[in-house]
Design a protein around this ligand. Structure first.
Ligand SMILES: Nc1ncnc2c1ncn2[C@@H]1O[C@H](COP(=O)(O)OP(=O)(O)O)[C@@H](O)[C@H]1O
Ligand SMILES: [Mg+2]
Length: 242
């Protein structure tokens, strides 16, 4: 993402976002509620009303800024929703099969993910219909990673899930990183970041409409734990070093 500004309709939400995520890298995006994390992921993928109004999005050197979501998905950029909608009438297992077929993913890969994420029991259900928080997030993570994307943008896979599902989802992320997928993870869960510690390349803090700071796990996590986001922002705005 090069010098990206994000808007929803006439409202500018983020300015001057720069992020470079390498092969098999895991980057974590944190920040308070309403700071624009969901807007950024949606704009990058191209989901209305969110839009990249300035700057460019590149995938392996190719400018994909204006590609619609389904074209980006084909090229390997996929998004897992913060709140996946229920889709009555579409059976999860059939949908997963169709995805695997269209994206030419081997059954062994699908089975591995299904086992880690424990979604076997959900395959005869309608997509996300009447599912618990954990089931919903495990299924959304499964369907997203199933396409073997080059990069997965994951919007709070931790929200509303219990500790067991958090462990499960973290294991799945590690597995696909090992298989060559890069990840941009939005999370509120320090616990999840800790579970992924050995895999985390960079943590970015979004605050006040832009990226406040980026750094290694050992640089960022203690600062966030000590000062909170607003405390950090205050220190920055005074021109001091945190
Ligand atoms: N469709 C929209 N139209 C106008 N403003 C929006 C829209 N969606 C989100 N916003 C605003 O943009 C800001 C960032 O929201 P969001 O990206 O959901 O934050 P986060 O995911 O970090 O909690 C918030 O102030 C929110 O009210
Ligand atoms: Mg959000």
């Amino acid at each position: 993402m090069r010098n990206i500004d994000v808007a929803a309709g006439s409202r500018t939400i983020l300015s001057n976002i720069n992020l470079k995520i390498g092969y098999r890298e895991l980057h974590v995006l944190v920040g308070p509620n309403g700071s624009g994390k969901t807007s950024l992921l949606n704009a990058v993928v191209g989901i209305k009303p969110y839009e990249v109004v300035n700057g460019r999005v590149f995938l392996m050197g190719e400018d994909v800024t204006r590609d619609p979501p389904h074209v980006k998905a084909r090229k390997g950029v996929v998004l897992a929703y913060q709140l996946p909608p229920a889709v009555k009438g579409v059976v999860a297992g059939r949908f997963a099969e169709e995805l695997a077929r269209r994206f030419e993913v081997k059954k062994s890969y699908v089975d591995m993910l299904s086992e880690i994420l424990e979604v076997g029991r959900l395959m005869d259900r309608y997509l996300f219909d009447k599912m618990s928080g954990g089931e919903r997030k495990r299924l959304e993570t499964f369907l997203t990673l199933l396409t073997k994307p080059k990069i997965a943008l994951l919007d709070e896979p931790d929200s509303g899930v219990d500790v067991d599902s958090l462990n499960t989802i973290s294991s799945a992320l590690k597995a696909v990183l090992d298989f060559g997928t890069s990840i941009l993870l939005v999370t509120h869960s320090l616990h999840m970041i800790k579970l992924l510690r050995d895999y985390v390349n960079t943590i970015h803090i979004v605050y006040g409409g832009t990226l406040l700071m980026s750094g290694l796990y050992d640089e960022i996590v203690p600062l966030v734990e000590k000062h909170g986001f607003s405390g950090l922002a205050l220190r920055f705005s005074r021109g001091g070093t945190p």
